[in-house]
Design a protein around this ligand. Structure first.
Ligand code: BMA
Length: 380
């Protein structure tokens, strides 16, 4: 248990409230799904309350593999480095729609379900992304063929196919159950980076109206047709420059619970200073939108591939995020090395250059990991 996590045990809640000057009570009403399960509603309210306490650290595929290992029960690069697991676990559904037993990053869906159950049992938060194939061309999510979104909407030639894909997503999500048979709440993050041009649902590849319709259709199909009631819905852009740009494709407050964006130091910014400046201006805008729209702000993906700066965590990343209210920040996956020049990892592993600094980041009052959030009982 980290020192910071003990504070709330020793101070009565009322004193904690007066010390911080902030109410710890949730004020937001119900999530987008008015029939959400009680655990899902509890998560939603607790995510809001937790905004006053700190930023949860998340990691994609954390329990599945890390740099130099795969599928070792209980292992996690974050745990190897800090002794604790992340607070948020990201997993990815791409290729579930085409009946593959493994996702596009080779994670078997049956193993993924058990990782999700493990994470939930520990009190962690689950988020799912979906790099779904292009329903019009049958190619990948990165095939930006014109007319794809229109084809997936009701009346479109691929709407039946798209619905059959949603049936598979619904079946997967409804198979996620805790020890008492309760559905495991999940933050679902479809159509991410939706202002970029690289995915078939993004940027100039469809109109803002079409994207809004796709988002709304997807949510109402899962919720109202498939009776999936354990989802919170995330709306997620890439880099953006203004409130107007951020909200251009926003489907509406009644459809969204979490708002976020993705940022990578290597792709979007040239240096540490730029990263702090750009993410700062986006996080300030996001916080202001979150307050106006009563949504949960999150850094839905981030990373600096290869982590070649030994103090990146405290000297850059923490400086970038600490001034803002952010529910969680999800580091992308530790896929590892193909060879010395080809690698993909966004969190440190044991012995990695930034591992020592990551421990400092872990110890910082502002960051929340598994033990911190387990103590908060997010599903009650
Ligand atoms: C990208 C990369 C790819 C991966 C994809 C989907 O950012 O990590 O290697 O296949 O996400 O997870």
């Amino acid at each position: 248990m980290k020192k910071k996590a003990c504070l709330s045990f020793f101070f009565p809640a009322i004193l904690l409230t007066s010390l911080t000057g902030k109410t710890q009570e949730a004020t937001y009403a119900l999530p987008a799904d008015k029939k959400a399960t009680k655990e899902t509603i509890a998560l939603y309210h607790n995510l809001e309350k937790l905004l006053n306490d700190g930023i949860m650290f998340g990691h994609q595929d954390d329990l599945a593999y890390g740099v130099g290992w795969k599928y070792e029960p209980g292992r996690s690069d974050i745990k190897d480095v800090t002794g604790d697991y992340p607070a948020v676990y990201g997993f990815e559904l791409g290729r579930l729609e085409i009946d593959q037993p493994v996702n596009l990053d080779s994670v078997p869906f049956d193993k993924m379900k058990s990782f999700i159950r493990d994470a939930y049992d520990r009190g962690g938060v689950i988020t799912l992304s979906w790099h779904l194939n292009n329903p019009l061309t049958g190619k990948t999510a990165w095939d930006p063929a014109a007319g794809t979104v229109a084809s997936a909407l009701p009346g479109g030639e691929k709407n039946d196919l798209y619905k059959s894909w949603l049936d598979k997503v619904a079946a997967f999500i409804l198979d996620l159950k805790g020890k008492h048979g309760e559905y495991i709440p999940v933050i679902f993050r479809p159509f991410h980076e939706l202002n970029g041009d690289w995915f078939w649902w993004g940027g100039k590849n469809c109109t803002p109206v079409e994207l809004k319709q796709l988002y709304q259709f997807t949510e109402s199909y899962l919720r109202d047709k498939k009776n999936v009631h354990n989802l919170l819905y995330a709306y997620n852009t890439d880099k953006f420059y203004s409130k107007e740009e951020y909200l251009k494709r926003y489907p509406g407050d009644e459809w969204v619970d979490v708002i976020g964006f993705d940022i990578y130091q290597a792709y979007n910014t040239a240096s540490n200073e730029d990263f702090i400046r750009y993410s700062g201006s986006m996080l300030a805008t996001l916080d202001s939108i979150a307050t106006d729209h009563k949504k949960i702000p999150a850094l839905t993906e981030f990373g600096y591939n290869g982590l070649k700066d030994s103090v990146w965590w405290t000297n850059t990343f923490l400086k970038a995020i600490a001034p803002y209210k952010i529910s969680y920040a999800l580091a992308w996956r530790n896929a590892g090395f193909t060879n010395a020049d080809h690698y993909e990892f966004y969190a440190p592993y044991k012995g990695q250059l930034s591992a020592g600094d990551f421990v400092e980041f872990y110890r910082n009052e502002k960051t929340l990991f598994q033990m911190d959030v387990a103590a908060k009982r997010l599903y009650q």
